[in-house]
Ligand binder design. Structure first.
Ligand SMILES: [Cu+2]
Length: 169
């Protein structure tokens, strides 16, 4: 991801950052509400796994690391990156988790970083609410609700890959 792209995301979410900063001041330093996931959605599927996306915004003055995730609709949730291995695009757990830069954001999008939901308890239909809880390196959690929608492009990124088979249950 280019710096330019990240910068544009920050500009688009300027209002959210302002709100987060205001909340931070009002709460006397509590980090509650300082991290948010905007425009979140999950790919509808009747298969065993899917991806969830959005823009994670960090309104604080310190980097925040997302170290894990969970969801009531999935047996296993991982933080994935999409990367090139031997000339093929594959997805895999992101080493160290997702780092959200201070005052910045991280885009979760098809073909890039995403929250991987595996061992789904059932089909995920368009319009369905899919709750996700992120765990942060400081022990805090952030729960947000994504909306499922059909997504036609980039399907190749969300098919099982040989490297993932051990965790497919
Ligand atoms: Cu994945």
């Amino acid at each position: 991801m280019s710096r330019t792209h990240v910068f544009r995301r920050v500009m688009l979410t300027g209002a959210a950052l302002t709100l987060a900063a205001a909340g931070l001041a009002a709460c006397g330093g509590s980090s509650d509400g300082a991290l948010a996931v905007n425009d979140s959605w999950t790919k509808a599927t009747d298969g065993p796994m899917t991806g969830s996306f959005g823009t994670v915004v960090n309104g604080t003055a310190a980097d925040i690391t997302v170290t894990g995730a969970s969801s009531p609709v999935a047996g296993i949730v991982e933080l994935h990156e999409t990367t090139m291995v031997d000339g093929e695009m594959v997805m895999q757990p992101k080493p160290g988790g997702f780092v959200i830069p201070a005052g910045g954001s991280l885009a979760l999008e098809p073909g890039g970083n995403h929250v991987m939901l595996m061992g789904l308890t059932g089909a995920i239909a368009p319009g369905q609410d899919v709750p996700i809880t992120l765990t942060l390196s400081n022990g805090d959690t952030l729960t947000y609700t994504t909306v499922a929608k059909d997504f036609a492009g980039g399907n190749e990124s969300y098919e099982p890959t040989p490297s993932m088979s051990p965790s497919m249950g």
